[in-house]
Design a protein around this ligand. Structure first.
Ligand code: PEP
Length: 252
């Protein structure tokens, strides 16, 4: 797989106007990174404007969440059809959602299936930890917990499903303490092996696996050059448009 993926998770940072201003700067430089698949995930309220601005570019748009129900009395929620009006991707299972909003592996699985029903590609975030281990801020990876989390995320997926996986240890997110690249490579290989065992080797070999957690310009290629990795998911360092362009240029 030649494409390097770069997912920019802008979290709850920019208004619609601020998003548009940043996107103008990034689009203006996008010829500098023709080989990077850049996926920008602004807040819901900026998706319509971002969609208009990015429609004739190679930059893709993603949402940060969705509700798996198709419609009904879910005040404040946004379903996959609403997201698919504007986006090609959606982040699911981010560890902030698991930690702060109590999302379970079942939720992540249902959201992913709902997304794929609308031809959205879920970017499934996994930290390889059970809820109890995450809450206790334990950094040791327990392979059994990783296996359970991956299997729960992708259960009932149809064969040939199109999705991405981002391995993001919760303790590395926003902490300035990225995970050790060698262990990330080993974990990515294990994730690929589990996906292969559940969905077959075509999906297992082709699923893009990204790393996220305190990625910066200084360390991004320690991850993107790893044999098992296909890119990075970046939060804090993606907020500055000039820095995001540099990240996209540096990994292609
Ligand atoms: C994230 O939002 O998933 C993330 C990895 O954030 P940061 O790059 O700031 O650690």
């Amino acid at each position: 797989m030649n494409t390097s993926f770069l997912v920019a998770n802008w979290k709850m940072n920019y208004t619609d106007q601020q998003t548009v201003a940043s996107l103008h700067q990034i689009v203006g430089k996008s010829t500098l990174f023709p080989k990077t698949r850049l996926i920008i995930c602004p807040s819901f309220t900026a998706l319509a404007s971002a969609h208009k601005l990015l429609s004739n570019t190679l930059i893709a748009l993603g949402a940060q969440n969705l509700n798996h129900n198709t419609k009904g009395p879910y005040t404040g929620e946004i379903n996959s059809a609403m997201v698919a009006e504007f986006c090609s991707y959606v982040v699911v299972g981010h560890s902030e959602r698991r930690l702060l909003f109590g999302e379970t592996s079942d939720d992540v699985n249902l959201k992913s299936i709902a997304a794929m029903h609308q031809s959205l590609q879920p970017i499934i975030c996994l930290d390889g930890q059970s809820d109890a281990t995450r809450q206790s801020n334990n950094r040791t990876l327990n392979i059994d917990e990783l296996v359970i989390q991956v299997r729960e995320a992708i259960k009932n997926f149809p064969l040939n499903s199109q999705f991405l996986i981002a391995y993001e240890p919760s303790w590395a997110i926003g902490s300035g303490e990225p995970a050790d690249p060698d262990s990330v490579n080993t974990i990515a290989a294990k994730i690929r092996e589990i996906v292969t065992s559940v969905l077959g080797s075509d999906t297992g070999m082709s699923v893009p696996i990204l790393y996220g957690g305190s990625v910066t310009l200084g360390n991004i290629n320690n991850y993107c050059k790893l044999p098992e990795l296909n890119g990075a998911l970046v939060g804090g360092a993606s907020l500055d448009p000039a820095e995001l362009v540099e990240l996209a240029v540096s990994i292609q």
